[in-house]
Ligand binder design. Structure first.
Ligand code: ZN
Length: 170
C-alpha cells in the first residue's frame, strides 16, 4: 500500500467532471486500498479520486474512522433521494488551512452506487454521513465547498487559497 499525494484547490482535476469507472481491474483495487490509507493518514472521513489526481467517479468513506469495518467505497454514485436540510461546518483535505466552512446541504440522502466487486448497493445517510456523501459526490462533479459557500464564507477562505497560489500549486 502507498500513500498518495492529495491534490489541492486550483489543480484542474478538482474542477472538472470525472468519468465513470468502467472496469474494476487490479489497478482500481490497488487504488481503492491506497485511497483508504491516504484518507486515514490525513485524518479524513472521505476521499474522492480527483483528490488523488484521478478523474474517476469513485470515493472512499468512513465517518467512524476508529472502526475500519465501517469503511466503504462508492463507485459511479448517484443521489436518488433527498430530504430535509442541514447547515453545518465542513472542511476539505484539498483546501488545507481553510478550516470549517458553513454549508447548507440536504439532511438525508439515498445514494445508489457500486462496490469494489461491481455489486450495486443503496446507502441511506443522515447527518454527518449525508454530508460526507454529498461532499464526495460533489468532488466527482468538480464542485468544492468554496463553490457552495455563502459569500462571507468565501471571503474567509481567500487567504487559504492565496497561500496555495503562493506555493505554486496553480
Ligand atoms: Zn473535499
Amino acid at each position: 500500500m502507498a500513500l498518495l499525494r492529495i491534490t489541492k484547490y486550483g489543480e484542474k482535476v478538482l474542477h472538472r467532471k470525472s468519468k465513470p469507472v468502467e472496469d474494476l481491474s487490479g489497478d482500481i483495487q490497488k487504488l481503492i486500498k491506497d485511497m483508504y490509507e491516504t484518507m486515514y493518514a490525513a485524518n479524513g472521513i472521505g476521499l474522492a479520486a480527483p483528490q488523488v489526481g484521478l478523474p474517476l467517479r469513485l470515493a472512499v468513506i468512513n465517518v467512524t474512522p476508529e472502526n475500519r469495518k465501517n469503511q466503504f467505497v462508492i463507485i459511479n454514485p448517484k443521489i436518488v433521494e433527498r430530504h430535509g436540510r442541514i447547515d453545518s461546518e465542513e472542511g476539505c483535505l484539498s483546501l488545507p488551512g481553510a478550516g470549517g466552512v458553513r454549508i447548507k446541504r440536504t439532511g438525508k440522502v439515498t445514494v445508489e452506487a457500486m462496490n469494489e466487486k461491481g455489486m450495486p448497493f443503496v446507502i441511506k445517510g443522515e447527518g454527518l454521513l449525508a454530508r460526507c456523501l454529498q461532499h464526495e459526490i460533489d468532488h466527482l462533479d468538480g464542485t468544492m465547498i468554496i463553490n457552495r459557500a455563502p459569500l462571507k464564507q468565501k471571503l474567509k477562505m481567500r487567504w487559504a487559497v492565496h497561500k496555495l497560489k503562493k506555493e505554486g500549486l496553480w
